[in-house]
Design a protein around this ligand. Sequence first.
Ligand SMILES: [Ca+2]
Ligand SMILES: [Ca+2]
Ligand SMILES: [Ca+2]
Length: 236
Amino acid sequence: MTIRSALLAIFLGALVSACGDSDPSGPKADALVFTHADPVGDTTIIPVSQGMPRAIDLLSLRGDLKRDSLILTLTFAEPVLHASANAANSLAGFIEIDIDDNRATGNTPASNFFGGSANLGINYVVAISGDNPSRVDLLSARDSSSSPVLSTFLGNVVTIRVPMAKLGRDDGNFSVVGVIGTLDRPTDVFPNTGAITARRPSISRTSSTTNLAHPLKVSRTTRRPSWEMTRLLFQR
Ligand SMILES: [Ca+2]
Ligand SMILES: [Ca+2]
Ligand SMILES: [Ca+2]
């Protein structure tokens, strides 16, 4: 064996070893846990008057578990920008997660005040807002804490990466409702009725429990807040 071939063999061996040992606990299986197709042109939450920015129309939302994170992918009818751009097509809104599929834990969905009808108790909210163009905020209803999560805005597609560690290391079974809009008003709720159900394919429904160490506070607000108030509330 020449010196060159010996070095190549050592390199390849190290590469194989590195790949095999990258995650001693074994990588979690990637999985699509939900996909939602939202109708085109269903942006009639608040009538548009002259001078208002064009309504932002969500076409789809999907959730993928990839390694240690939940990847949320939103696709819109037209390009959108991060709220920090303060543009007519800057995106605002909330993706609300009922992590334990339990209405008795968490808050009334804010989405229900803007056209939604989800029977959920919201434990986490992805608040699409903030000053950092590569971040949005994840809020916890349990302790009202907020932490930034990565976001990417690329044309019509927005991708948000939420580490499962920030979702109580959930098993991938949860429910979702949300509402998005421009900075000045809500324009599209999803789903239009009820909630999106996320299910990890390899886990049976009966074992889908989330261990919540502390009771979650329950809030049952009945008065509809303004879009601006709600945005400010979620923008920590
Ligand atoms: Ca839509
Ligand atoms: Ca809940
Ligand atoms: Ca919709």
